[in-house]
Design a protein around this ligand. Structure first.
Ligand code: IPM
Ligand code: MG
Length: 358
């Protein structure tokens, strides 16, 4: 197959980790007789520097014309002082919105080779961790009305509003139900229905829709504060977690961290077309950028998800996952997952070794 991939390296470690993923994808192409072409495009801080805005129209146009998008990470201290609508993060939010990517799929699992990396006591992880956060990605407080004003008595005030429509809740519920059917058939829907009106609508809508169209899927509810606690208390209880944009942002970082290796976790952002956006869960890590220290595995696994979900290449995806596992079992580790007795290597070398296993 011929596939054209938009490559949004972004900032910080973004260029190094996406290069790692490209090396592995090229190995896949060679091994399985595909042709992948890569089109580098600007997003985030580097786009601000070079094109004056975090998401140039050209980037959006080319992403929409591609078969799939692979993204590194955006942001860094250099652009922290810019106003909200001109920050690098605006580029990421903008591309999600422009491509209609309303569903963010964030699997968090404990890799057998890294079982000891979890910050949780062994007793709490002995049943493993294998959960998927299904996060609504183009609505809620991230995209609601916001503003600020000033008055003499109280000083400055600012507000952000959370708003959800039934239509937005239904379409993300459908994605979670489809996923749950392929897994345990259980969804935990996370909200704050004891306080928020949007959460009460969320809860009603999720149940009504799932009951009607996916009667074989069991949906239970959990309040977000309890869920944050349960993730560290007993992560094995969760399979599919369905939640709103902001709760999903927070819980997915927590779920990633309890696996001990945020540098290992990939995600996909999907809409109603096959063209999605694939990226690591972690950020741009400016403190280690450009030093060949980053872990490219999350981005390599995002590329694997892309092979399977965007291109229908299940076998190629499995080959990449096996290559990662093989490299880890040989004891190769980047700094973030290093432990005594293992062999420490850099970003480039890790990618090269994984590519070699393809
Ligand atoms: C994420 C990130 C983004 C988000 C930021 C960089 C805008 O934290 O993808 O989880 O909040 O969605
Ligand atoms: Mg986040």
């Amino acid at each position: 197959m011929n596939k054209h991939i938009a490559l949004l390296a972004g900032d910080g470690i973004g260029p190094e980790i996406t290069q790692g993923a490209v090396a592995v994808l090229q190995a896949v192409a060679a091994r399985y007789g595909h042709t992948f072409t890569f089109e580098p495009l600007l997003i985030g801080g580097c786009a601000i520097d070079e094109a004056g805005e975090p998401l140039p129209a050209h980037t959006v146009k080319r992403c929409l014309a591609s078969d799939s998008v692979l993204l590194g990470a955006v942001g860094g201290p250099k652009w922290d002082a810019l106003p909200g609508d001109r920050r690098p993060e605006k580029g990421l939010l903008g591309i999600r919105k422009a491509m209609g990517l309303y569903a963010n799929i964030r699997p968090a699992r404990l890799w057998p080779a890294l079982a000891d990396a979890s910050p949780l006591r062994r007793e709490l992880t002995k049943n493993g961790i294998d959960l998927i956060v299904v996060r609504e990605l183009t609505g809620g407080i991230y995209f609601g009305e916001r503003g600020s004003c000033r008055d003499a008595e109280t000083g400055e005030s600012a507000w952000d509003t959370e708003r959800y429509s039934e239509q937005e809740i239904v379409r993300i519920t459908r994605i979670a139900c489809e996923l749950a059917q392929k897994r345990s058939g259980r969804i935990v829907s996370v909200d704050k229905a004891n306080v928020l009106e949007t959460s009460r609508l969320w809860r009603r809508t999720v149940h009504a829709y799932a009951q009607k169209y996916y009667p074989d899927v069991t949906v239970s509810d959990m309040l977000v504060d309890n869920c944050a606690m349960q993730i560290v208390r007993n992560p094995a209880q969760f399979d599919v977690l369905l939640t709103s944009n902001m709760f999903g942002d927070i819980l997915s970082d927590e779920a990633a961290q309890v696996t001990g290796s945020i540098g290992m976790l990939a995600s996909s952002s999907l809409g109603d077309t096959p063209c999605g956006l694939y990226e690591p869960i972690h950020g741009s890590a400016p403190d280690i950028a450009g030093r060949d220290l980053a872990n490219p595995i999350a981005t390599i696994l995002a590329a694997a998800m892309m092979l399977r979900d965007a291109f229908g290449m299940a076998e190629e995806c499995a080959a990449v996952e096996r290559a990662v596992e093989a490299t880890l079992s040989e004891g190769w580790r980047t700094a973030d997952i290093f432990s005594a007795g293992m062999k420490r290597i850099g970003c480039r070398e890790m990618a090269r070794r994984i590519a070699q296993h393809i």
